[in-house]
Design a protein around this ligand. Structure first.
Ligand code: C2E
Ligand code: SIN
Ligand code: SIN
Ligand code: FE
Ligand code: FE
Length: 405
């Protein structure tokens, strides 16, 4: 490997190790591998025990032919067994790379063969292939990088020995980054799963449904998208809104589940759910929890400064607090509560409009009214059934044990 290639590998390694999102990482690996080898197409399989999952794919010719939408359909994920019969499987089992100048000339005596189904279906002509196992630090084959048709002057030619070398060392960098991204993905999933379960626990006591928090999350993300927040900011609002009422865990049943209106004293206790929530979530170094704390604390502030607990107003109320305030009230009004039946849509809208600039951020109200079609779709997708309301009522301790098995 010459100096230039070595530098290239170093740069790629650095670029890959900074990408923690698995699907973005795989796409980056493919585009870098294409760049280095001039490959027209490429795909990645990830190995999971005795199976290989087709995870990512790029193909310049097919992208031009079909466009990005159809392309997504073409490269939908699928699973194949790890055996020597497929070229990708062969490299997993043997740990050896395959550099095939022309797949039509693979001898029938070989363990593996080329499956022409894909080419026939989409009118593609696979000629040369470079198939490389991705091996991590522990020496495990974690995936396969498969490159198709190295192009020279618009024609597919065989991959070079220099490509083999550079892609081999590149693919072990990729394997390490993939292992890290998978760990990161597991952690993220565990984290978000916990958030939803905790939020559900709070809502069950409130006799609200798990769907309530899902709807509020989706409405909140929709509003932040409409406002023009970036994708990461929108995602953060989505994941920090479910915990807005987590502080209700600290409110006594007699108040929380009271079938009628609250007395002023009960109301004062009830309003503490914002502060209790902020205390539960305080001092977290995790961004989504820090954001959740702000949402819990500020989701009952009002735009004119008459809300609680801090009576802050206008833009002094953090944006995420203003967004969740609107999403939460819209959902509370349209849903059944222990203290009230659901309201018809016209009544909900007229209450919200009345609150424009007093209770709610006027800009957000306009965005909500513009988005009623999307709002209705979310409401439909996460609609409450009667049985959702008492999922836990009447369950005895013995039954709970069975539920866990
Ligand atoms: P929640 O049921 O999730 O309601 C959230 C917010 O939606 C309420 O905040 C209020 O701004 C709005 N909202 C809900 N129902 C109505 C309604 O019928 N009309 C109008 N105009 N707005 C409504 P709020 O008032 O600060 O209440 C916070 C939480 O306190 C409520 O959360 C609920 O858990 C509890 N709560 C409020 N009023 C009562 C009540 O009369 N009886 C009982 N048992 N709980 C209440
Ligand atoms: C953000 O991306 O969070 C900023 C959106 C805004 O303040 O309008
Ligand atoms: C924050 O905690 O940063 C926002 C809540 C507040 O308005 O003080
Ligand atoms: Fe609340
Ligand atoms: Fe709520």
């Amino acid at each position: 490997m010459d100096e230039k290639n070595f530098q290239e590998i170093l740069d790629i390694g650095i670029a890959l190790s900074s990408e923690h999102d698995l699907s973005k990482l795989l796409d980056k690996i493919l585009s870098k591998a294409q760049e280095v080898t001039g490959a027209d197409g490429g795909s990645i399989y990830l190995v999971n025990k005795d199976k290989m999952i087709f995870k990512a794919s790029r193909n310049k010719t097919l992208l031009e032919k079909f466009g990005p939408e159809k392309m997504k359909e073409i490269v939908k994920t699928f699973v194949i067994p790890v055996t020597k019969k497929s070229m990708a499987g062969y490299t997993v089992v043997t740990g050896k790379l395959l550099n095939i100048p022309n797949v039509k000339n693979i001898p029938s005596s070989a363990d593996y063969s080329y499956d022409p189904t894909f080419d026939k279906k989409y009118g593609y002509d696979t000629v040369s292939m470079l198939v490389i196992p991705m091996i991590n630090r522990e020496g495990e084959v974690t995936g396969v990088l498969q490159l198709i048709n190295s192009m020279e002057n618009g024609k597919p030619v065989a991959f070079k020995t220099s490509h083999e070398k550079i892609i081999s060392s590149f693919s072990s960098q990729a394997a390490i980054s993939i292992t890290n991204a998978e760990l990161n993905e597991d952690l993220k999933n565990a984290h978000f799963d916990t958030i939803f379960r905790l939020s559900e626990a709070a809502e069950y006591r409130d006799k609200e449904t798990a769907n309530h928090i899902k709807r509020v999350s989706h409405y909140s993300r929709l509003l932040s998208e409409k406002l023009g927040c970036g994708p990461d900011a929108c995602e953060l609002i989505f994941w920090s809104s479910p915990m807005h009422d987590i502080g209700k865990l600290g409110i006594p049943d007699a108040i929380l589940q009271k079938p009628g209106p609250l007395t002023p004293e009960e109301r004062a206790v009830m309003e503490q759910h914002t502060v209790i929530g902020a205390l539960v979530l305080k001092d977290s170094p995790i961004p989504v929890i820090a954001k959740s704390r702000i949402v819990a604390l500020t989701h009952h502030e009002k735009y004119d400064g008459t809300g609680y607990p801090q009576k802050i107003k206008g833009e002094d109320i953090p944006l995420e607090g203003r967004i969740v305030a609107l999403a939460d009230v819209y959902d509370a009004l349209s849903s059944k509560r222990v203290y009230k039946p659901p309201m018809p849509e016209e009544k909900v809208i007229s209450i919200l409009k009345e609150g424009k600039g007093t209770h709610f951020d006027p800009v957000l109200i306009d965005l909500l009214l513009e988005s009623m079609k999307k709002i209705a779709e979310i409401k439909e997708e996460f609609s409450d059934k009667e049985s959702d309301y008492d999922k836990f009522s009447g369950i005895k301790t013995a039954d709970l044990k069975n539920l866990l098995q």
